[in-house]
Design a protein around this ligand. Structure first.
Ligand code: PLP
Length: 398
């Protein structure tokens, strides 16, 4: 029997991918499963971006590139950060990786180690705690409250800081809650960050998916003193419907960026050359695709929030960004079907998948068992049908 390294048992497979796989298995058995588990836009990558990739292939731009990305892409990222975020960087302060998840993995490897604590506000994106654990550091989960819009307050942050705290992870707009920090909220957090000299990992991947003209802010732009302590993480997956292309990036202090480059040079080497050319086109080309996508997401959000709130036992806050709703389902706990009981978010998700063939992700995966996550990165027809099924299935509980 082959003995695996103990670190493997410290982490779990991404629960969102587990649900998607389970839904796919049921589907392969011929069952008509509606998948609300997905974490990627349902739109196709825009044609101009695909054309840039095809051209890269045809002109043989198919060899290794610089480990941290081609200058052309770094320059496009620098321009984007300047225009969208009022943040200026040099090429040596940018590194491109194989998706933003890879970026976060690499920066964690470069920054964290045994004895460090990393503050992760909950509900959190499923990968943060495990990425931190793999470095030997300890994730410190700070539970945020629905009444505060699922946003960590300065007092909550202050209370979680110890002399071991190395960093905080900020994800706005948030996966799974869709919460977006305002400028004032970030300014208050910045005070605590500066007082304790904390590193800020700012995962801005949903920056472009915002509703009701809510403005996006990064803490480093709100308070320039925080910039030297901040690593901005972003990518093309969510804004440009490019999840499969695997391009993400970090912008931050040069020594950290160089360290990420060193780690990458001994692991993946460069991100795919073809995808890099596509990402240049995404950042430099026509941006109208984003507005069209967001308008469609907003229609779906409005429909899904009002429909869910009309179902007995569900209470759904209205998210300000991303493409998920995070309804509170805890008042259903204790209800039964047959000889089984809904006890928590996992048993509810199982019930919905088995009884109504709708896949949702249990909130426990995101650090809050009172909720489930429903992705609306799927067509209006499927959303309508899926919510009908959920409503019907919940009526059968006694
Ligand atoms: C999707 C997602 C990412 C990673 O996206 P990549 O495809 O790896 O670029 C990072 N953070 C959050 C919160 C996400 O939802």
């Amino acid at each position: 029997m082959m003995k695996l390294a103990s670190r493997v048992s410290l982490i779990k497979p991404s629960p969102t991918l587990v649900i998607t796989t389970k839904a796919a298995t049921l589907r392969a058995q011929g069952r008509d499963v509606i998948d609300f588990g997905v974490g990627e836009p349902d739109f196709n990558t825009p044609d101009n971006i695909k054309a840039a990739a095809i051209q890269a292939v045809e002109t043989n731009f198919t060899r290794y590139t610089a480990v941290g990305g081609i200058d052309e892409l770094k320059d496009a990222i620098i321009r984007k950060l300047e225009l969208d975020n009022q943040l200026s960087y040099k090429r040596s302060e940018i590194v491109v990786s194989c998706g933003a998840k890879h970026t976060i993995f690499n920066l964690a490897q470069a920054l964290f180690e045994e004895g460090d604590e990393v503050i992760v506000p909950a509900p959190y994106w499923v990968s943060y705690p495990d990425i931190v654990i793999l470095t030997g550091a300890r994730p410190v989960i700070v539970k945020t409250l629905e009444k505060n819009g699922f946003k960590m307050t300065a007092d909550e942050l202050e209370a979680a800081v110890t002399d071991k705290t190395k960093a905080i992870i900020v994800n706005s707009p948030s996966n799974p809650t869709g919460a977006v920090y305002s400028k004032d909220e970030l300014a208050a957090l910045a005070e605590v960050v500066l007082r304790h000299n904390l590193i800020v990992v700012s995962d801005d991947i949903y920056e472009k998916i915002l509703y009701d003209d809510f403005p996006f802010w990064n803490m480093a732009a709100v308070n320039p003193a925080v910039k030297n302590l901040t690593v901005v993480v972003n990518g093309v997956s969510k804004a440009y419907a490019m999840t499969g292309w695997r391009i993400g990036y970090a912008a931050g202090p040069e020594p950290l960026i160089a360290a990420i480059g060193k780690i990458q040079s001994q692991s993946t080497s460069n991100p795919t050359s073809i995808s890099q050319k596509a990402a240049v086109e995404a950042l430099m080309g026509d941006q109208t695709i984003i507005a069209r996508m967001v308008a469609e997401f907003q229609n779906r959000r409005d429909y899904i929030v009002s429909t869910l709130n009309a179902i007995d036992g569900i209470s759904c806050p209205r998210p300000q960004g991303a493409f998920y709703v995070f309804p509170n389902v805890s008042s259903l706990y204790g209800l039964s079907y047959g000889d089984k009981k809904i006890q928590n978010s996992a048993t509810l998700a199982e019930y919905l998948l088995e009884e109504s063939e709708v896949a949702v992700v249990p909130g426990v995966a995101f650090g809050d068992d009172n909720y489930i996550r429903i992705s609306y990165a799927t067509s209006m027809d499927l959303i309508t049908e899926g919510l009908n099924r959920i409503g019907e299935a919940l009526k059968r509980l006694t």
